[in-house]
Write a protein that binds this ligand. Structure first.
Ligand SMILES: Nc1ncnc2c1ncn2[C@@H]1O[C@H](COP(=O)(O)OP(=O)(O)OP(=O)(O)O)[C@@H](O)[C@H]1O
Ligand SMILES: [Mg+2]
Length: 219
């Protein structure tokens, strides 16, 4: 995937507009693992949201498998995202009224896959949660919820996983376990990883570390 001159500017009443992303260029090669680091407020989550097409930029383009994301309408963009991207949010964003299994099944069902139940069970098994499939998120620990979120991100066999602080809410040991899991899943599936993280041990596992400062990528 590739981003060119991404800018995100937000009007700010009578004040000068807020420049949140200030011309970001980025190429991520297939199969690569890239860490994005930088201070709080430097624009990392905003960049990740644009790479996923969850948000639209003020200027600039994102090419996903050759398709310019922002030339598509919202439905087309959602369909492309569903096919190619898995997203892991910092706060998991599991749906509270769905069980672990149903949360993992959701992206498959949205994509019209028929063996959603079986595939989802396999992924829950892979992340070590076959004994928790019928649990609701509130009855799962933080690490367990994070693993459900990973199963949900990987279940569609996406080309790219975008993860915002995938270990941010976990203790060191659980964080390490989640890192191991993510990289072993990547090994198996050849998935490209773009990870926003403050976690030095996670960043070191990646092929490349990119640093953001005040809305720009700095080397
Ligand atoms: N919709 C918005 N309206 C106004 N300001 C916003 C909006 N979205 C983000 N910002 C501002 O843009 C800046 C970058 O936000 P972003 O969430 O991308 O930072 P971040 O690098 O992910 O930080 P953190 O490490 O704390 O998660 C912040 O100063 C934030 O307050
Ligand atoms: Mg953030």
């Amino acid at each position: 995937m590739c981003a060119e001159n991404l800018r995100k500017v937000i009007p700010n009443g009578d004040e000068a507009p807020l420049v949140i992303l200030d011309g970001v260029d980025l190429t991520v090669f297939a199969g690569e693992a890239v860490a994005i680091v930088g201070a709080s407020g430097s624009g990392k989550s905003t960049l990740l949201g644009l790479l996923a097409g969850l948000d639209v930029p003020s200027e600039g383009t994102v090419l996903l498998q050759g398709s310019p994301l922002f030339s598509l309408d919202e439905d087309e963009r959602a369909a492309l995202r569903g096919r190619l991207i898995g997203f892991v949010f910092q706060n998991f964003q599991l749906l509270p009224t769905l069980t672990a299994l149903e949360n993992v099944m959701l992206p498959l069902e949205l994509g019209g896959v028929d063996d959603a139940g079986q595939r989802s069970r396999e992924w829950l098994d892979r992340v070590g949660l076959s004994h928790r499939v019928h649990h609701y998120p509130r009855t799962l620990s933080g690490g367990e919820q994070q693993r459900v979120a990973l199963a949900r991100a990987f279940v569609t066999s996406p080309k790219v996983i975008l993860a915002d602080e995938p270990t941010g809410n976990l203790d060191t040991a659980t964080g390490e376990a989640v890192i191991e899991l993510m990289f072993s899943l990547r090994e198996r599936e050849g998935t490209t990883l773009v990870l926003v993280t403050h976690d030095a041990s996670l960043a070191r596992r990646c092929d490349r570390i990119l640093k953001m400062h005040a809305g720009r990528l700095v080397q």
